[in-house]
Write a protein that binds this ligand. Sequence first.
Ligand code: GLA
Length: 423
Amino acid sequence: MTTAADAGLPDDPTSSGSAQDAATTVQLSAAPDRDAAARRAEDLFIDSFGYRPDGVWSAPGRVNIIGEHVDYQDGLCVPMAISHRCFAAAARTPTDRLRVRSAQSETVLDIDARDLAPGRVEGWPAYVAGVLWALRPHISGSTTQGMDIMIDGQVPLGAGLSSSAALECAVAEAIESLLSLSTSPLQRVQAAITAETDFAGASTGGLDQSASVLSRSGHALFLDCRDFSTRPVPWDLAGQDLALLITDTRAEHSHVDGEYTARRADSEQAARDLGVGTLRDVDPSALEEVLPTITDEVVRRRARHVITEIERVRAFDSLLASGTVREHVAELGALLDASHDSLRDDYEVTVDQLDVAVEAARGAGAHGARMTGGGFGGSTIAMVEAGEAQQVASAIAGAFAARGFAAPEFFLALPSEGAGQDR
Ligand code: GLA
């Protein structure tokens, strides 16, 4: 089990700085205990279905450290898995019934697996059923597909930390084992993406599912979205007395899907205007010459974000290859800051809460801070001295209280292991 102390933080989660009042006293959640959570999922399965499951599988949520809104333009990203996971306790049954329940919802699914088709399942169970549907090409025709699944999702919902990818990827691991498939991790990533886009009808570029399946403990993941190739990059912040503070701003997501689709359309328009397949193909050193060829001012700014963000990821990766995070903390932090500013000004996917959290973190001494994920609400990350995480969190909470925003929630982002079997 990883504790706050492991992350270089005081055990007492209560802020204790001077001049703290109720509004700025914050709870900094330590990492959940994975073993205990897996046992809980097993117990929930037994309580609900009345027998012991064949196993428990889980997959993590993610934060994206840098490389935002570039995955759908063949870009580069550096996400990491967080310690909050979604658990799937499951058993194969000698039928074709797919029965799915969740500790977080009253909604249940009970359907003949052979009848699965896009549009047949609504709400969160679509993310589960969609994975079985997407894995069909890997399942031999004579195999019965019946199974019972109990979901226990512990990735905060609506926080931009990829609770849906964690759900899909945990289920993909469970199905791989239960039906003795021989898919590669990348094929499971692809099945999770297909489940979300083609079955559940939501838009995603693949960053979240890649991070959830392919991340390694203690590392961030360098992800090339052109071919979804990855390599782990060292990201041991705790060992260097640093921490990555996640702030769930709890800002209401509104029109997220529509805005996400609109940004993708803008970036596709920009690629067409520039005569390239995707914005990854634009030579960043020629940026100032090529941008004026885009006539629409908004599309031009969208292109500038994507092209410069991919360059920031290259710079981030080079810094990590040439020394420790501690050695390059100022330059890495500056790249996080520049990423946020570009998402705010050029890509226009931030909201007040995201901007206020980032400004407050910077003002309280963070080395760098940015929104993470799709935006329009959700979470920010701040790279901070481990001993200052409480003080930065308190500053953000204070800034939120002063603006009359709902109180945010704080977590530590400890780089965790991707999807796998727990029990
Ligand atoms: C959401 C999508 C990802 C990615 C991010 C922005 O999380 O699911 O595919 O596009 O937004 O980087």
